[in-house]
Design a protein around this ligand. Structure first.
Ligand SMILES: C[S@@+](CC[C@H](N)C(=O)[O-])C[C@H]1O[C@@H](n2cnc3c(N)ncnc32)[C@H](O)[C@@H]1O
Length: 231
């Protein structure tokens, strides 16, 4: 078992309890969802592309100190660890111990990879700690006000010159039939994802964030996006 700073004590955010209990909070959720083919299916066969694009955006080899905000099902983090330079470190936070336990079981023990039970809106890391911060499909799950606080925190812990990498849903192009099919599905299953159809993902960054958008990629006719911002 890899170290975790806290076994719990953190309240489960209301939006997770209300809307995502079936995906993350319920103890059987992990057993059900932790299947590579299933996470790939949920992303309409785009998981590998999105995962690899996120890893490429972080750099090969992965250097410096990286923060992954929230665990993910699938092999994103194990592959990230494989790309780490011998001097690189990785911190992963999640608010749910069950998710950290699941991630821990997918990783080889290493003192350069640390898992922490922490809320994305209240990181306990010092200002300017990380060279890169990754948010992989987290923001669409959070209500707008929580999303804003998560981004504030991500920015606070990022070093000047560091990279913020956001991978998430976006508004599909007008030509994409998913625009009409997918939105109603998301509205039922992922009620806050609609925000990312209506506004650009950077909308929830603090007003004078001072970041420069250094790369942007769209996937699957615009259903997904990867945005890299440099501080
Ligand atoms: C990264 S998101 C979704 C990832 C994607 N669906 C996947 O698994 O590939 C899911 C994770 O976010 C975590 N999470 C949600 N809100 C959080 C918060 N406020 N702080 C930390 N982790 C949070 C959940 O506990 C869950 O483990």
């Amino acid at each position: 078992m890899l170290p975790t700073t806290s076994q719990s004590g953190l309240p489960v955010p209301d939006y997770l309890k209300l809307h995502y209990w079936w995906a993350y909070v319920h103890p059987k959720a992990v057993r059900f969802f932790e299947r590579q083919w299933l996470v790939n299916l949920i992303l309409w066969g785009n998981y590998n592309r999105l995962r690899d694009a996120a890893l490429d955006a972080l750099g090969t080899p992965l250097r410096g100190d990286t923060l992954q905000v929230a665990c993910a099902y699938g092999d994103l983090t194990p592959r990230l660890v494989k790309r780490m330079d011998p001097s690189a470190t990785l911190d992963v936070i999640d608010v749910l111990p069950v998710q950290l336990g699941n991630l821990s079981a997918k990783l080889m023990p290493s003192d350069r990879v640390r898992l922490h039970c922490m809320d994305s809106t209240q990181l306990t890391f010092a200002n300017q700690t990380y060279d890169q911060v990754l948010l992989f499909f987290l923001l669409h799950e959070q209500p707008a006000e929580v999303r804003q606080r998560t981004l504030n925190e991500a920015l606070r812990v990022l070093k000047p010159g560091g990279k913020l990498i956001l991978v998430d849903y976006s508004k599909p192009g007008w030509f994409n039939p998913f625009r009409y099919l997918w939105k109603p599905v998301l509205m039922v299953l992922e009620p806050f994802a609609k925000d990312l159809f209506d506004k650009g993902i950077t909308h929830w960054l603090p007003k004078h964030h001072g970041l420069t958008e250094t790369a942007r990629q769209n996937f699957f006719g615009g259903v997904y996006q990867l945005v890299t911002l440099t501080k």
